[in-house]
Ligand binder design. Structure first.
Ligand SMILES: C[S@@+](CC[C@H](N)C(=O)[O-])C[C@H]1O[C@@H](n2cnc3c(N)ncnc32)[C@H](O)[C@@H]1O
Length: 271
C-alpha cells in the first residue's frame, strides 16, 4: 500500500515552485487581480488559513492584500521554511489529514487549492476545515476535475487519465473531486451561502483562446503531464505503458482546442 497519494515534487524545488507560482498568477489574472471570488475585499479579516500552501504564492498575496490579517500557511513539507515572507505570514508544517492544531471557529477565511484531489480522505478534511471558520467567515475550496480531460481528450489522454483516476480511487483519493465540491460542502450543513464556478481551461490551445485563458492553459498543462508521468513510473505494471504515455504526451502537444481541464471554485459562508 502506498503511504502517500501525493506524487508531485515539493515546492522547495525551483521548477515546481515556479510552476505553482505561474498557476497562481494565471488564476489571479482570471479573477481580475483578486485572490478569490468570495466577497472578502472591503471586509477586515484578522486571521486567514491556507491549507497545503505549496510555493506560498496565495498566502503571500493574501498577506499583501490584507496587511492587518495574520496569515497561517501550512504544508506537509517544508515548502516555506527559511524563506523570507511578509511579516504577517506564519508558516507551519502540518498534515491536513490529521487533526488541525487550531481552535474551532478561529479563522475569517480558510483556503485550500489543488490539495484535496491528492488526499485519501478529502471529505473528512473538508468537514474539519469547515469547523475552523468563524460564523460569517468563508471557506474557499478550489480543485481540478481530471474526468474533464477524459471527456474532452483523445484516446491516449482518455486512457491514461482514466487509469490515473482509478489508481487514485483505489487509494481513497478522488481526482474528480472538483465537480463534487459544491455538494460536499452542502452536505456539511455548515454554510448559509455556497457559490460555485467551473472554469473550463483549454490545455492544448491552438492560439484561438483569449489571452487570460491561454495563460491558464499553459500553466495547467504541465499538471496533467507531471501527474501522468509520476504514476506511469510508479505503476508501469498496471496499464500505463511507455507507448501509452508517449501517445498521451503527443496528444497534449498537439494543438487540439477541445481538450479541457476543469477547475472548480467554491466559496461558502459559515452560518
Ligand atoms: C499541487 S500543490 C498546490 C499548492 C498551493 N495550494 C497552490 O495552489 O499553489 C499541493 C500542495 O499540498 C501539499 N500537501 C499534500 N498533501 C498534504 C497534506 N496531507 N497535508 C498538508 N499539505 C499537503 C503538498 O506538499 C503541496 O505543497
Amino acid at each position: 500500500m502506498e503511504k502517500s497519494t501525493y506524487t508531485l515534487k515539493t515546492a522547495r524545488e525551483i521548477e515546481e515552485k515556479n510552476r505553482l507560482d505561474e498557476v497562481h498568477f494565471a488564476f489571479r489574472e482570471y479573477m481580475d487581480g483578486k485572490i478569490c471570488f468570495a466577497p472578502i475585499y472591503g471586509t477586515s479579516p484578522t486571521k486567514i488559513l491556507e491549507l497545503g500552501c505549496g510555493s506560498g504564492a496565495w498566502a503571500i498575496d493574501a498577506a499583501n492584500d490584507f496587511p492587518d490579517a495574520e496569515i497561517i500557511a501550512i504544508d506537509l513539507s517544508q515548502t516555506l521554511e527559511g524563506i523570507p515572507l511578509p511579516k504577517n505570514v506564519n508558516f507551519q508544517i502540518a498534515d491536513v489529514t490529521q487533526n488541525f492544531p487550531f481552535k474551532q471557529s478561529s479563522f475569517d477565511v480558510v483556503h485550500t487549492r489543488l490539495v484535496l484531489m491528492h488526499l485519501p480522505n478529502a471529505k473528512d478534511v473538508l468537514e474539519r476545515a469547515a469547523k475552523l471558520v468563524k460564523p460569517g467567515g468563508w471557506l474557499l475550496v478550489e480543485d481540478l476535475d481530471m474526468r474533464s480531460l477524459v471527456e474532452s481528450g483523445g484516446p491516449g489522454v482518455s486512457q491514461v487519465i482514466t487509469r490515473y483516476i482509478e489508481l487514485l480511487q483505489a487509494r481513497g483519493a478522488d481526482a474528480e473531486i472538483g465537480r463534487k465540491l459544491e455538494s460536499m460542502l452542502k452536505s456539511t450543513g455548515s454554510f448559509s451561502t455556497i457559490q460555485a464556478q467551473r472554469v473550463a481551461v483549454p490545455v492544448c490551445d491552438d492560439g484561438s483562446a483569449p489571452q487570460t485563458m491561454a495563460r491558464l492553459g499553459a500553466a495547467l498543462k504541465p499538471v496533467g503531464k507531471k501527474l501522468a508521468a509520476g504514476w506511469a513510473q510508479r505503476f508501469s505494471d498496471q496499464g500505463i505503458t511507455q507507448e501509452l504515455k508517449k501517445q498521451f504526451s503527443e496528444e497534449l502537444d498537439t494543438n487540439f482546442r477541445e481538450v479541457m481541464l476543469d477547475m472548480h471554485f467554491v466559496w461558502a459562508q459559515r452560518v
